[in-house]
Ligand binder design. Sequence first.
Ligand code: CDP
Ligand code: CDP
Length: 213
Amino acid sequence: MSTSHPVITIDGPAASGKSSIARIVARRLGFTYVNTGNMYRAMTWAVLQAGVDPQDADAVRTAAAGIVIDSPVVEGKTQVCVVGHTLSDGELNSDPVNRAVSFIARVPEVRERLVADQRALIAIGPLVMEGRDIGSVVFPDSPHKIYVDASEEVRASRRSAQGHADQVAERDRLDKQRKASPLVVPDGAIVIDNSHITLEQAVEQVLAALKLS
Ligand code: CDP
Ligand code: CDP
């Protein structure tokens, strides 16, 4: 695996603040921001479009084998495209996708495909990549690992303030208990609990924790 460019890995549970923090850190450093959750969401959207039951792992495996997710960079962050269609935030965060995504993400073959795509993005240049297994599986050798946490109550209320009906506790349970690359605090990661601090304070803590030369 090439680590020719630095990769800041940011992992954590649902609605902990990962995307907001990663986006700002990437902008301040001039790195490209990669939201890997959107890659799993795009795969889920495409599997649902194909009429497949998300809990039928064999059917998901077969359908996913024919789905290619492209990740072009637009204004410093990767988009997700399925056969030329760039998915909107509304499509990626729809209720059906929220409900199904953890079932799609627990299929090992889906993960292998997307992890390979994620590693290939290093060719773009320095990255801030966030998800669930970035510091533990995708770039385990990165010296720049952050784990963002927040209490379950704070996370549920942040997500509902965004207007999403999202069962964050249920997704966490599935993401932590699955066999393939469960959500863990990666070895060497600095844990930042941002339950009771502002987004700006969380960003400052991340930037202070990183030892970028
Ligand atoms: O933004 P939020 O934390 O709610 O979720 P996300 O990062 O968009 O990820 C959606 C789902 O994709 C997660 O609940 C995981 O099931 C899966 N995921 C994963 O398995 N591995 C990743 N690196 C990123 C997301
Ligand atoms: O990516 P993830 O699902 O982990 O979380 P997010 O979408 O970045 O954050 C969920 C919401 O919490 C957003 O509206 C953030 O602005 C907000 N947030 C906050 O109010 N205070 C923080 N310290 C971090 C995030």
